[in-house]
Design a protein around this ligand. Sequence first.
Ligand code: FES
Ligand code: FES
Length: 160
Amino acid sequence: MTAEHDIAVTINGCTVRARVEPRMLLSDFLRHELGLTGTHVGCEHGVCGACTILLDGDSVRACLTLAVQTDGAIIETVESLGSAEKLSPLQEAFRTCHGLQCGFCTPGMLMTCMDLLKKYPLASDDQIREGLSGNLCRCTGYQHIVEALRSVVPKKERAA
Ligand code: FES
Ligand code: FES
């Protein structure tokens, strides 16, 4: 039997201590151990982006990350953004611009957008599309997602 490891992780602002097997995926840890089912699992191969979360501020695939690797890290999941009663500005933009249909890709899209908004000017739709290109959506045709992200880019960036 493989030895388990104790980890301490900050998830959505709360410290979580847990004992995990070395092979446990971060996506499984979040969903099955912590009940944070907002992080969706699609391909489990790093292709679809549905499982994207922020790890120490960078967007990463939770399905390609082992929970044990995150010891000491800061993780943000889609649950950190807002609630059904109080959507974050980005979530509100997705709602207003019809940036989701079935919603399966949406958590990963939102977390990718959070990363993009922090790091890039997103001054053109080409930059927005390139930033979102690692996330797959089967429903929307992407245009409405692009519009949602565009609508929350600060005006000075769009004028660049
Ligand atoms: S489930 Fe992780 S990238 Fe598809
Ligand atoms: S809204 Fe259905 S997969 Fe994107």
